[in-house]
Design a protein. Sequence first.
Length: 408
Amino acid sequence: MGFTTKAIHAPFLRKDAHGSLNFPVYDSVTFEFETAEDIEDAFMGRKPRHVYSRITNPTVEHLEQKIKNVSGALAVVAVSSGMAAIANTIMALAQKGDNIITTKYIFGNTYSLFKNTLEPWGLETRYADFSRPETVGKLIDGNTRAIYFETITNPQMEVADARALSLIARKYNVLLLCDTTVTPVYLFAGRDFGVDVEVLSSTKYISGGATSVGGIIIDNGTYDWGRIPKLAADAKKQGPFAFVTKLKREVYRNFGACLSPHNAYLQSVGLETLAMRADKSCANALAVARFLKSRDYVARVNYPGLEDSPFYRVAKSQFGEKCGALLTFELASKEKCFAFLNKLHLVRRATNINDNKTLALHPASTIFCEYPPDLRLDMGVPDTLIRLSVGIEDADDIISDMKQAAEG
Ligand SMILES: *Cc1c(COP(=O)(O)O)cnc(C)c1O
């Protein structure tokens, strides 16, 4: 079965009492038991049942099932946001004295999570240049718990060679952890490229057009959890399920990063149209990138689907014809960027990506405003950069709005 068929026809784990065709929203905090023995069995994990919605909830579980169904993953955990997916994953597998290897070319809040939130708790972050995977190995030591990268970096638009990174991860027995937000399931099959665990913001593509905030953790079932000291005891008991068990029975439960049942419902419905929306927005992004490329006032266009992008070859091999709906471009100055943004009518000035609407933003003065100018440059975010998240409108309308804003 194809992606959309699997998304729409994902089976229910239990038959619905009323034969509801859409999985209902179980907006209930708690669940009742017939006997004291039954509730003991549930708490001991002898008979899995929902007991309390911070820990598990039927509607959230259905979303997890659906993602599992389309991705073929071993296990999926749905959480309250993309940041919660990243934070909970790292907290479940690393501890004081450990390190992770990443790059400065990552989403601004993720950089802040590693640097400002987790480093003071004793997790070291080591920065590599993932465009040169051969440099990664020398940063790895016995306390390295993961290589962390994004499929297409936001907003630098670099594409790491996932296969090359996975060979290094395998060689050193380190987990390959990937933020697949901009190319989620359907656009990128992480497991085929050696990605062990995927984290993503379902706020973006999956929510169905910016309806709700959510995050997903996908365990592809390819990593031996016994290699991680924090999970070694769980691996003896739970085998391949050690990581999700650690999340569900400890980290995610204790941090309270639960997804609301209502948001799980919206995202579940959103997943059903993901492929159709992604097809349209990726085709639109390529058309817009080609248009920008043809204008002499555009100093530079960063989109891996353009034939002359330095990442074209690797993007083709990883994403095929659909290289996501995010692109960035440079104008002559910050003033030119602001003037352009202020003249847009159809394209909206807003943060968020993979919305149904096309959104434009000046990253340096917004998402990256907390960093000093020299660090921003180091992070690949100059003052001349505009980020565009291309939506599912008709391509000609997006292009004519951009044209009037820049040329009108
Ligand atoms: C938006 C985003 C996140 C964070 O997701 P939230 O749902 O907003 O918490 C993480 N990584 C990337 C690449 C993103 O674009």
